[in-house]
Design a protein around this ligand. Structure first.
Ligand code: FAD
Length: 480
């Protein structure tokens, strides 16, 4: 039997659950396929240039790696998800494949697309095999004692860890076995996807090198050199304190099991004791799982809806000028501006600053979180619907486990706390580089605008007034 392996957000050969099983069960080799859907990606899903560029480079690397296993990689292009089923079926017929292998995806449109493909294949009397791969535990496998979905992180984490300690987590699978050579040739991998250019700056490829070998060495370097200090350094954006593995996890160049195993191996197998840094890092991997569970359990969050229904009635402001200032890093709040400029320049933003900037947009400017979510997706190299929506709704107090609306970060204090010497601000807001000491966090309060020598805007909103305005709007929406 020959099988078709449909790659999506799982661009690797090692520990790829569907690929591993396809290679084990097929008796007459495996054909790989990747579907490119430019309109769906760009218009409906807001994929960024950075993400598409990263994907294309990783596809080329995957094709190479698959070549060493005698697996060709075919490329199928359709503008949107509808129609994918016909194209895949055509390819299966053409290459003589009688079974389809894929790893499950949890966003609404992807799940519907997969259902349509599975139905079409089964109607054509072909086998369909779908696997859990994007997460350690599948959505629905970590439930409360009553059998409900968790909507709060801490008890979810506890149950997740208990399941791990009970030995329920699958081990990573390694590299699949080499297949017999076949007469199907790989397609050329396009260097660019037509239309995938929003005019946003492309990020430097050397910041995000492609390929699973690189991803694994990045993981190794983090675990060996930085993971133990993660708890102390992860909130300081000027330090290289986090793993920067998110683009690799989002595109599936690396699996969560590979990350978990590397962390546990370095921590004597302990998941909640031992190295504080490693325990905290594993917690972040569990956050990633939590948001995937939320996405699967509450599909409305996939459809631009607030998780908390009452928060649908928040009266957001129409403020294009404020939005542009936020987007371009010209709000007059140095830590916010530094974060937004890091995003524009690298396609990535430090987690602390994602929280600070997303909250500034939704609380200080009272602009709808959906505008921020879209901008992040359109810029991030690691764009991931579940985590971006989860994080954005957390900051806006509209989501699961969200920050209570009355806890509003003071952006000046956030800068003082997490960039005390202004190292990060000086790097990304060079206009402020010459300012000495604490004044860098609040140049307006230090009277630095009076001289007229500073090419930097005064704050676009006053923190106290903006806070009061947000409290009022959220109180009204929550009926309080
Ligand atoms: C508003 C907002 C938007 C976000 N958008 C995305 C996104 O589109 N894609 C994305 O991968 N992450 C997103 N995050 C989560 C987090 O900011 C990034 O995963 C993290 O900054 C990536 O850096 P790292 O790889 O160095 O993480 P590390 O600190 O090394 O963590 C390891 C891994 O755990 C996962 N992770 C870490 N923190 C979180 C978190 N809070 N939620 C979910 N998963 C987490 C990521 O996969 C990350 O690579 C968002 C957070 C916020 C507040």
């Amino acid at each position: 039997m020959r099988s078709l392996m449909w790659f999506r957000c799982d661009l690797r050969t090692r520990d790829n659950t569907a690929l591993w099983h396809a290679c084990r069960r097929s008796t007459d080799s495996v054909v790989g396929v990747f579907t490119i859907c430019p309109s769906q990606w760009l218009e409906d899903h807001d994929w960024s240039n950075a993400r598409i560029d990263f994907l294309v480079r990783n596809l080329a690397s995957l094709e190479n790696d698959l070549g060493t296993l005698n697996i060709p990689l075919r490329i199928v292009q359709t503008p949107r998800f509808d129609g994918v089923e016909d194209e895949l079926l055509k390819l299966a017929e053409e290459t003589g494949c009688s079974a389809l292998y894929m790893n499950r995806e949890y966003a609404w449109n992807e799940a519907k697309r997969d259902e349509a493909v599975a139905t079409a294949f089964m109607r054509a009397s072909k086998e369909v095999h779908a696997f859990t791969d994007q997460v350690v535990f599948a959505p629905g496998d970590v439930l409360t004692q009553k059998g409900d979905w968790y909507t709060v992180f801490t008890p979810f984490k506890k149950r997740w860890r208990d399941r791990y300690k009970d030995g329920d987590a699958p081990e990573s699978l390694g590299r699949p076995k080499k297949q017999p050579a076949i007469d199907v040739k790989s397609d050329d991998i396009p260097k660019k996807i037509k239309g995938a250019d929003r005019g946003a700056p492309s990020v430097r490829p050397d910041l995000w090198k492609a390929g699973e070998t690189h991803a694994l060495s990045r993981l190794k370097a983090f675990i060996e050199n930085r993971a133990d200090d993660y708890d102390d350094r992860r909130d300081i954006p000027s330090e290289n304190g986090t793993s920067t593995l998110s683009p690799y996890l989002s595109a599936g160049v690396l699996s969560p099991r590979q990350c978990l195993e590397a962390a546990l191996n370095a921590n004597g197998g302990r998941i909640d004791s031992g190295s504080k840094g490693i325990v905290t890092w594993i917690e972040e991997l569990i956050w990633r799982e939590f948001y995937k569970h939320v996405l699967a359990a509450f599909p409305r969050v996939s459809k631009h809806r607030a998780f908390k229904r009452e928060m649908e009635s928040v009266r957001w402001r129409d403020d294009d000028e404020g939005f542009e200032a936020w987007r371009e890093g010209r709000t007059g709040y140095p830590i916010v501006d530094a974060g937004m400029r890091q995003l524009a320049q690298s396609g990535w933003m430090h987690n602390r600053l994602r929280m600070v900037t997303a909250m500034f947009l939704t609380k200080h400017l009272l602009i709808d979180w959906r505008r921020g979510e879209k901008h992040f997706m359109r810029t991030l190299v690691d764009g991931d619907l579940a985590s971006n929506n989860g994080g954005g709704q957390w900051a806006a107090s509209t989501g699961t486990d969200a920050q209570p609306y009355f806890r509003i970060f003071n952006p000046t204090t956030q800068g003082e706390r997490f960039d005390p010497d202004g190292v990060f601000i000086r790097k990304f807001v060079p206009e402020l580089a010459a300012i000495r000491g604490k004044a860098i966090h609040a140049p307006s309060e230090a009277g630095l605008f009076e001289s007229g020598s500073l090419d930097y805007p005064p704050p676009i909103v006053d923190h106290r007034e903006a806070r009061e305005r947000a409290l009022k709007a959220f109180k009204e929406a929550s009926g309080g």
